[in-house]
Design a protein around this ligand. Structure first.
Ligand code: AMP
Ligand code: MG
Length: 501
């Protein structure tokens, strides 16, 4: 008879489950639907190591079968999480995991509990009219962009594996199907709270809040007013997150409350995109006709979403409604403060200042404004600026200048910039290195992502592997793959992205 220990040793995805202990309304059992001819397209070995999975076992028959939904890991019962959500401002009381199944959780090598989820694993009790499946394109897009975010140091869900199913999905024409194995510090969303709150289930809201505090914010467990502290803590992480998005030119595209992680991670990569040319009003998502989730609307929408979260917690804050509302409002101030600190601090760092003095944020903002007027590539603009960051010598300005439609527009700004640089003690090399550590050379540009998807659809995974190699180390130069840093040519530009569900 095999001992429990040896069974664990042969389980490629040894998991535990704590989310299941929450009140029953938060979850429904959901077994992944088996797939015909699963094939592992990509395994994230570094992430597997971090989580404490054996990459060799994951690429073995049991591992692949598990990642494809054809086998359930030992000792856990997969589930679909229930959640509601405000979609484009309108409440939908029941959404839930319609095409995702939470297999279980795993405490990683750093002691952090991570969710292991299969996205595209077949229908669940929340599938409504959907097929519960995912197409290869969106799976690879999420894999690439989430790993790029991780490489950029922005909190995000991660991609552990992409598996093709050997089956087609109709979108609306047949496309190859795939499954993403997604890892998150949890998949709890603002919408998870809304699900219980909109049903008047205050005890369930409280149980969820206690769970979230224990799992994500243990530092506030002993706070005098823990639920108010929870609003503050979530607001702080979310504000910082959205500042980080702006600093790398990221547009989430569907910031509905069901896509807002309570742990402050970027969650749900649908019609998301990185900007090429800097234009603050940029919208890529084909369904966002009003520009609600445009690049420069994200800070405002973040607060709107958190206000929906705070509303869920009102009954836990105070018996008196007015008192509860005033506490919630005060707690939400943490959002704007965190956003400004991170955004302003990030901007001055991007232009190479070691300290932030009065006028510095304005100086950086002036550059952004000029970049917008001059149609400058956001990523390259800052990357090339690092090479030019000498306090007196402007001979290395050539590359950055050339990005401006009228290069003299850069010169005017650069004069003021150099005056400010000259007041700092840091030398050119140290400044340049510091700038290169925050201004990436590589982002997953839309046209590259599309090329990767097209190639993978034809069975060629090499472009996927190449793009992942650069975007997961985006601050390095990668001389042999420098072309991945280039903006799209006119005929390569992609201006619309799709949810692709
Ligand atoms: P998303 O746009 O990915 O945030 O999804 C919004 C909602 O639609 C969630 O409840 C999803 O589970 C559900 N959904 C999206 N695609 C599908 C699908 N193919 N089958 C079933 N449900 C889906
Ligand atoms: Mg979603």
């Amino acid at each position: 008879m095999a001992s429990p220990l040896s069974e664990t040793a042969t389980e490629p995805l040894a998991l535990t489950e704590t989310f299941r202990q929450l009140p029953a309304l938060f979850h429904e059992n959901a077994t992944p639907t088996p797939t015909k001819r699963p094939q592992l397209l990509r395994l994230n070995r570094a992430l597997a190591d971090d989580i404490g999975f054996d990459a060799g076992a994951l690429t073995g028959p049991d591992g692949i079968a598990t990642l494809a939904g054809n086998r359930t890991p030992a000792d856990v019962t997969p589930l679909a999480m229930a959640y509601a959500g405000h979609q484009f401002g309108n409440l939908v009381p029941t959404l839930g995991d319609g095409r995702a199944v939470l297999l279980g959780e795993r405490v990683d090598t750093a002691g952090v509990r991570r969710d292991i989820q299969l996205k595209g694993a077949g229908i669940t009790p929340f599938s409504r009219t959907g097929d519960g499946r995912a197409a290869l394109g969106p799976v690879l897009r999420e894999y690439i962009v989430s790993e790029a975010m991780a490489g950029l140091g922005v909190p995000t869900t991660r991609a552990l594996a992409a598996t093709s199913t050997g089956e087609n999905v109709l979108r609306p024409t047949p496309e190859p199907g795939a499954i993403l194995t997604r890892v998150a510090t949890s998949h709890i969303r603002v919408g998870t709270f809304e699900y219980a709150a909109k049903r008047g289930e205050t005890e369930a809201v409280q149980a969820l809040a206690d769970y979230v505090i224990e799992r994500h914010y243990p530092e506030i467990a002993d706070a005098e007013a823990p639920y108010r502290a929870l609003i503050e803590a979530v607001a702080e992480r979310t504000g910082t997150l959205i500042a980080n998005w702006l600093l790398v030119g990221f547009i989430h595209g569907v910031m509905n409350t069901d896509n807002v992680s309570i742990a402050g991670e970027t969650l749900d990569y649908g019609p998301c995109a990185f900007m090429d040319t800097y234009d603050p009003a940029t919208v890529y998502s084909s369904i966002d006709s009003g520009g609600r989730y445009a690049y420069n609307q994200q800070p405002r929408v973040g607060l709107w979403n958190l206000s929906r979260f705070a509303e869920c917690l009102l009954p836990l804050l105070a018996d008196d409604q007015d008192e509860a509302v005033s506490q919630a409002k005060e707690a939400l101030d943490a959002y704007g403060n965190a956003f400004e600190t991170a955004y302003h601090g990030g901007l001055v760092t991007k232009i190479g200042l070691a300290e932030c003095h009065e006028g510095d944020v304005e100086l950086a903002s002036n550059l952004l404004q000029t970049m917008a007027e001059q149609s400058v590539d956001f990523t390259l603009g800052f990357r090339y600026l690092a090479d030019a960051a000498h306090a007196v010598d402007s001979t290395n300005d050539t590359n950055v200048r050339a990005l401006f439609a009228d290069p003299t527009a850069f010169d005017g700004w650069a004069t003021r910039w150099r005056e400010r640089l000259a007041t700092e003690t840091r030398g050119f090399n140290a400044r340049r290195n510091a700038m290169r550590a925050v201004n990436p050379a590589f982002i997953p540009r839309n046209h590259r992502v599309q090329q990767v998807i097209d190639a993978a659809t034809n069975g060629d995974l090499e472009p996927l592997n190449e793009l992942l190699a650069v975007v997961s180390q985006p601050f390095d130069d990668h001389p042999n793959r420098a072309h991945y840093a280039e903006p799209p040519a006119e005929n390569e530009k992609i201006t619309r992205t799709f949810c692709g569900t």
